[in-house]
Design a protein. Structure first.
Length: 108
């Protein structure tokens, strides 16, 4: 004889499956060995740069004044930073928005 599952049985089964599947995905993304490997790679790159007498310099988008960067650093004044950049450089809204967002992304 076939057994039928009720609605709540299916709900609980789906919750259990989602919990285990999500937990496995989260564990596979953040392994402690990856963090150690990344630190080791960074130290090797630093050593290569030092031995070649090279200096790593972060690039900031050209044309950003100190005032625009200060406004862009605060999420609440991002729109004002875009407006000020447009006024200073004569850029379109899209160009200014892209430049400010690139600066914010490069800062993190």
């Amino acid at each position: 004889m076939l057994a039928l599952l009720e609605f709540w049985d299916l709900v609980w089964i789906s919750i259990i499956v989602m919990a285990f599947a999500g937990g496995t995905a989260a564990y596979s993304m953040f392994k402690p060995s990856d963090r150690v490997r990344l630190r080791r790679l960074e130290s090797k790159v630093d050593l290569l740069l030092k031995n070649l007498n090279l200096e790593y310099q972060t690039r900031t988008p050209s044309g950003l004044s100190e005032e625009v960067m200060a406004l862009a650093d605060d999420p609440e004044t991002k729109l004002r930073a875009i407006q000020l950049y447009r006024e200073q450089n004569g850029a379109t809204f899209t160009e200014a928005k892209t430049t400010i967002e690139d600066y914010i992304a490069g800062r993190d």
